[in-house]
Design a protein around this ligand. Structure first.
Ligand SMILES: Nc1ncnc2c1ncn2[C@@H]1O[C@H](COP(=O)(O)OP(=O)(O)OP(=O)(O)O)[C@@H](O)[C@H]1O
Ligand SMILES: [Mg+2]
Length: 241
């Protein structure tokens, strides 16, 4: 039975879509206990479908969407890497009936996929469903005051037990940022939430994105520090799921 991980932060631009793709790709490179690979599906509540661009699959013009799947029950996922699939979204506003059907439909996908990762957007009604569906939540964040306050609210909203990891991303060294990191570390102490080292705002990550590549598509030594962080998050998730 598959598990669902939702990547959430109510703040825009923190790297939710980027992280969903990197983490999803990481899982496909790991081995399950039986020696086979994880089959991973990426979904989104963002009709911009940034993951298609980030993975270099943005030349695909005609595709079926999550809405089609919910309507017909037929999944036409796009293969973006070996064992890594993506289903785009067309709209961003949904009826109550659609939302009910969506939840049932996504649950069914657990039969076919080991892991379903959901890329969210700041505030949208179906994100509520994706949070409810999630076995675990992963939060990418900035290390600033407003975003940290947002995390505290999110922890209240979804419950501490559901959050597995917080990943400071697009980090730029500053005294205030470092103080914020230490504060966050203290707050999370004893909660079971894994706080990673910060991922830098990086020119290499930017260039890879421009080329439609993930951090796992390159042999460059410069990405190793990012690979280690994402790999650790993947292992933490596998252990608790
Ligand atoms: N560590 C990083 N270094 C450099 N660029 C990054 C890094 N993380 C993300 N980016 C870039 O920052 C931008 C925002 O990332 P992304 O789109 O993943 O954020 P998001 O949280 O999904 O945003 P939105 O709320 O708009 O959906 C993108 O252009 C992405 O390429
Ligand atoms: Mg996004």
């Amino acid at each position: 039975m598959g598990k669902i991980i939702t990547i959430k932060n109510n703040k825009g631009g923190v790297g939710k879509s980027w992280l969903t793709l990197q983490l999803g790709h990481a899982f496909t490179l790991l081995e399950k206990e039986d020696g086979t690979s994880y089959k991973v599906l990426l979904l989104t509540s963002d009709s911009q479908n940034n993951i298609l661009t980030f993975s270099g699959a943005d030349n695909i013009k005609f595709y079926k969407t999550l809405e089609d799947f919910v309507r017909t029950g037929e999944l036409n996922e796009i293969r973006i890497r070996e064992n890594l699939f993506y289903v785009p979204l067309k709209n961003s506003n949904f009826s109550k009936r659609f939302r009910e059907k969506l939840k049932i439909s996504v649950e069914k996908l657990k039969d076919e996929y080991d892991l379903i990762l959901i890329d969210s957007v700041p505030v949208l009604n179906i994100d509520q469903d994706f949070i409810e569906l999630a076995d675990k939540i992963v939060i990418p964040t900035y290390l600033d005051k407003a975003t940290s306050e947002g995390i505290a609210r999110l922890m209240d909203e979804v419950g501490v037990e559901k959050i597995k990891a917080i990943i400071p991303n697009r980090y730029m060294r500053s005294k205030k940022g470092d103080a914020m990191y230490n504060e966050l570390k203290e707050t999370l102490d004893g909660t079971g939430i894994y706080l990673t080292d910060p991922i830098k705002q990086s020119g290499i990550i930017h260039n890879l994105l421009e080329d439609g590549k993930t951090i796992w598509d390159t042999k460059s030594k410069d990405v190793e520090e990012f690979q280690v962080i994402i790999y650790q998050v993947a292992m933490e998730l596998i252990e608790c799921l």
